[in-house]
Design a binder for this molecule. Structure first.
Ligand SMILES: *Cc1c(COP(=O)(O)O)cnc(C)c1O
Length: 488
């Protein structure tokens, strides 16, 4: 008699019935829940959810995938934050492309690791084709290279690591490291300063470059800052331009910054985590002009390419710069390797085959549809900005560049200080109401609400509903506050 599998729960040829039913059951359960979902959040409090999660005894298994799924449906799905709901307009989270979800099924079960050829085979070739494709969209020549990463944070870290290695090449590392400086604006992503810390740089290593009135890096100020650093005896290591700042969606003047970096021999990193959707935009690709002059570029497919998390990449113009971080481990990548190994290019070792999601999306939908959807949300941001400007109860901070809109509810008679106090509370009240989720941020010390639009299914009707909800909630909260003040 043939032995059965050790466990019915381990994926193998002899457990395929359990596998297909498990995956089918999960997707059916999800579809069933999503059918009923009408708002982005249930409104459950932290305490509610904490209690439910704590009540599970992890040492008492249910023994059956179906039972575990039902428990998870109650714990997780019933109170998930749904990015596909059109009134979720908070952070840079996108509704996801279905072809990418099919890819996830394969990625998870085959479980390839895109580090060495003998753990990945075609997966390595597919990832490399996509890096080449992305490099082509950026406008890099044939020498370009790159690797998929877990997100923009890791991509930025790697870009800056390469810049550091380039700057320290052939130098006295210990003496020079404390002198290295990175130039970025205050609107750049916090992962830039975080990276500087991880890279062993000093606390003042990131030099804040002044912006123009719209929040874009001022190239004249950049040139002056570089001069000043050199005069002080320190060394410029990299300039980080952001193509799509997280709050304002601004695109730093890439062309002018590239010229300065080329002239001064400074590594030029473009953080296009958000703005990378423009690479495939039928109408706005020109906003990224000059990006082909960068040394390294961060792209987050899980933001503006409608991919599930994680799906990101770092792409470099000169592929040989990636080799500076290669570390040899004889069991993984012998120096004599004659096969394509990705491990040399990545900060990770075992790494998911996330590239397959983008591949499936491009092969199913094509890049133009992706770009069209990104253009749609950018159009919508402009439109709703116009509505906000025309409404006396609201103020808008500035004209949007991409798909974020900063605004606040400040009707006649409300002071800026009262507004600064009310906005964060209003935002929280909305979240626990569950009907709409918006973000918030501080600009120059003042609190603003933020729409981040990445869902092309969010229409003007939805956005107007959210504005009305903010208005009624704001009116309610400011009148309650006055009454309380009177009774106290
Ligand atoms: C989101 C974002 C990042 C970080 O990317 P993650 O994928 O969240 O790690 C970096 N830079 C910018 C401009 C971003 O918007």
């Amino acid at each position: 008699m043939l032995d059965g599998p050790v466990s019915p729960h381990l994926f193998s040829r002899s457990t395929l019935d359990g596998y297909t039913s498990g995956v089918w059951h999960a997707s059916a359960l999800l579809a069933d829940r999503v059918k009923a979902v009408r708002q982005p959040y249930s409104g459950a409090t932290v305490a509610d959810l904490q209690e439910q999660v704590d009540a599970v005894d992890l040492d008492l298994p249910l023994g059956d995938t179906g039972a575990a799924l039902h428990e998870v449906a109650r714990l997780y799905l019933d109170n998930a934050v749904w990015f596909h709901e059109p009134t979720y307009v908070a952070h840079l989270n996108c509704p996801v492309a279905i072809p990418a979800l099919s890819a996830e099924v394969l990625i998870a079960a085959v479980n390839s690791s895109v580090d060495t050829w003998d753990q990945s085979a075609t997966a390595t070739l597919i990832e490399r084709r996509l890096i080449d494709w992305t490099a082509g969209r950026i406008g890099f020549g044939p020498g370009a290279d790159g690797v998929f990463t877990s997100g923009g944070t890791q991509s930025n870290l790697q870009g800056l690591l390469l810049a550091r290695e380039e700057a320290l090449d052939g130098r006295d590392r210990e003496a020079d490291l404390p002198k290295l400086r990175i130039f970025a604006t205050t609107q750049s992503h916090f992962s830039v300063s975080k990276s500087a810390g991880i890279l062993g740089m000093t606390a003042d290593a990131v030099v804040g470059v002044a912006t123009d009135s719209t929040g874009r890096m001022d190239p004249v100020a950049l040139a002056a800052a570089i001069d000043e650093v050199r005069r002080a005896g320190d060394r410029p290591m990299a300039v980080v331009a952001t193509a799509g700042t997280t709050d304002l969606g601004r695109i730093d003047p890439v062309e002018a910054i590239a010229a300065i970096c080329e002239d001064q021999g400074i590594w030029f990193h473009v953080d296009a985590a958000y703005g990378c959707g423009l690479l495939v935009s039928p109408r706005r690709r020109h906003l990224l002009d000059g990006i082909e002059r960068a040394d390294s570029v961060t792209v987050d497919f899980h933001k503006s390419f409608f991919q599930p998390v994680s799906c990101s990449a770092i792409v470099v113009r000169r592929g040989e710069t990636l080799r500076r971080i290669a570390v040899h481990a004889d069991y993984l990548n012998p120096r004599t390797a004659t096969v394509p190994n990705q491990v040399d290019k990545s900060l990770q070792t075992t790494r998911r085959f996330d590239a397959l999601k983008l591949w499936m999306t491009l092969r199913t939908m094509g890049s133009e549809q992706i770009g069209d959807m990104f253009d749609t949300v950018v159009d919508r941001a402009r439109e709703i900005h116009g509505v906000i400007v025309a409404d006396p109860d609201f103020e808008a901070l500035a004209e949007p560049t991409l798909s974020t809109v900063l605004f606040r509810f400040r009707p006649d008679g409300m002071t800026v200080a009262e507004c600064d106090d009310l906005m964060p509370r209003l935002r929280q009240r909305l979240f626990y109401g569950g009907q709409a989720i918006v973000a918030g941020t501080k600009i120059d010390g003042h609190y603003w609400l933020k729409f981040t639009l990445l869902n092309p299914n969010t229409t003007m009707v939805h956005l107007s509903e959210v504005l009305d909800l903010i208005r009624s909630t704001g009116q309610d909260m400011s009148s309650t506050r006055t009454e309380t003040a009177v009774t106290v």
